[in-house]
Design a protein around this ligand. Structure first.
Ligand code: GDP
Length: 440
């Protein structure tokens, strides 16, 4: 996420690190680079200019000349300003009605249908709501099918009326259906066009007027940069929507949309989409996003994700096994599964402070575990539970079965052995021993 921007900002801010104090000259130099980085990330020119002007004023103001190093001070100022620009506080969605109606708007391909499913899944699992999805795209039968597939996947009911060509009538019928069947949230997925056109705008405006949703969300593809901001403006003029959903932030986005959109339409980004799967949804936290952009990581989100996926019973079982020296490859596999559930490896790496930079250029993809898994899957149950049994001929067979080399099998065994030893040490009150081992 935003690799390019992060790198450029880091470089810009680095200039100040060697200086003992902030002067008008070194601030100007640094901010010129910051502005260039923002423009390269497709941030609107006016916003980038205002941004650097504000930071400059603050940097040169008497009140901030604290004991911090200039480099650190500048990073802090830029971080605060980025946070402010992206919205400051977190804003949730309004679920006050009975049922509460959420209307989705946006261009075709922006990720409306996918996000409708993600939101339904999120509300169902996190907020114990009973959502209903309503398919209002009367032009593309495939879009209705897609919503049904999504609904099936997440176990949420989908309302559609294929013969009907009036989206206002369908949305009204959907809400009535929800009322009659105990659904307390209705998510209405609408038709989009490839570009803003009058007919589409009229249609969504009519639906909006007729159903008066508690929450109108505008979904936009973050990859489209400045276009995303312009489209947002066009939709906001008509709908006066409540919040923005920024999708495809897992891709190679430059970051401009995330940074500019709030200040152009004065509406908060509420959620982000970070993948095609139904759980690839995150609440948008401006300050955490600013930290990520500045390569400071996002430890809070990382810990939250770990907690969400943390299976207490599984963890107790593993601890017992370690204590009894019974930790085997099956347990190792289950640990890998838990890590994978937390998200894509690249995404997780971006949340670790400094990791993005340190690992730059390394090709970390989600297949990173695939070879390890293939090797373990080629082992017999006995070999998995008792790795000591792995002699040369067994290793050869496993290498062949998994399509990996003997060296790779050996390497995995070595890593596994080291890991087991380390875990044993940590278990046996060996925190001290561990520190000794690490040379502390
Ligand atoms: P709609 O036309 O607005 O309903 O858009 P869709 O929901 O059909 O999404 C268009 C495409 O974008 C599909 O291939 C989705 O799988 C993909 N997509 C949606 N959201 C995300 C996201 O957050 N990340 C990625 N990588 N792809 C997404």
């Amino acid at each position: 996420m935003f690799d390019n921007l992060s790198e450029k900002l880091d470089k810009a801010l680095h200039v100040l690190k060697g200086h003992g104090q902030i002067t008008e000259i070194n601030v100007a130099e640094t901010l010129k680079e910051v502005r260039r980085a923002l423009l390269d990330a497709d941030v609107n020119f006016k916003i980038a200019k205002e941004f650097t002007n504000t930071v400059k004023e603050k940097a040169l103001g008497q009140d901030v000349l604290t004991t911090l190093q200039p480099g650190q001070l500048m990073v802090k100022l830029v971080k605060d300003e980025l946070t402010q620009l992206m919205g400051g506080d977190v804003e949730g969605i309004n679920l006050s009605g009975t049922p509460s109606v959420v209307l989705m708007s946006g261009l075709q391909g922006s990720g409306k249908t996918t996000f409708s499913g993600k939101l339904a899944n999120y509300l169902k699992t996190k907020k114990t709501k009973k959502p209903l999805l309503v398919a209002c795209d009367v032009y593309r039968p495939a879009a209705v099918d897609q919503l049904h597939v999504v609904g099936e996947q997440i176990g949420v009911e989908v309302f559609s009326d294929r013969g009907n060509t009036d989206p206002v009538a369908i949305s009204k019928a959907g809400i009535a259906y929800a009322k009659a069947n105990g659904h307390n949230v209705v998510i209405i997925d609408t038709a989009g066009r490839l570009a803003v056109d009058e007919e589409m705008m009229n249609e969504i405006a009519n639906i909006h007027k007729a159903i008066q949703p508690q929450e109108t969300l505008f979904v936009v593809d973050a990859m489209t940069g400045q276009d995303a901001v312009n489209t947002a403006k066009a939709f906001n003029d008509i709908l006066n929507f409540d919040g923005v959903i920024l999708t495809k932030l897992d891709g190679d986005t430059r970051g401009g949309a995330a940074i500019s959109i709030k200040s152009v339409v004065n509406k908060p980004i509420k959620f982000i989409g970070t993948g095609e799967k139904m759980d690839a949804i995150d609440v948008f936290y401006p300050s955490r996003m600013a930290e990520r952009i500045l390569g400071m990581g996002d430890v809070v989100s990382l810990v939250e994700r770990a907690q969400e996926q943390f299976d207490e019973e599984e963890s107790r079982k593993i601890q017992k096994k370690i204590a009894k020296n019974q930790f085997g490859f099956d347990d190792f596999l289950s640990q890998i599964q838990q890590i994978k559930k937390m998200g894509s490896i690249k995404d997780l790496m971006g949340m670790i402070p400094g990791a993005g930079k340190a690992l730059k250029g390394l090709d970390i993809d989600d297949d990173a575990f695939k070879h390890v898994e293939a090797i373990i899957h080629s082992m017999t149950p006995l070999e998995r539970s008792t790795p000591a049994k792995l002699d040369a001929s067994r290793k050869k067979r496993i290498a062949k079965g998994s399509g990996r080399t003997i060296q790779e099998v050996n390497q995995l065994l070595k890593q596994f052995d080291q890991m087991s030893k380390m875990m044993k040490m940590m278990q046996g009150g060996g925190g001290k021993k561990m520190m000794q081992m690490m040379g502390a």
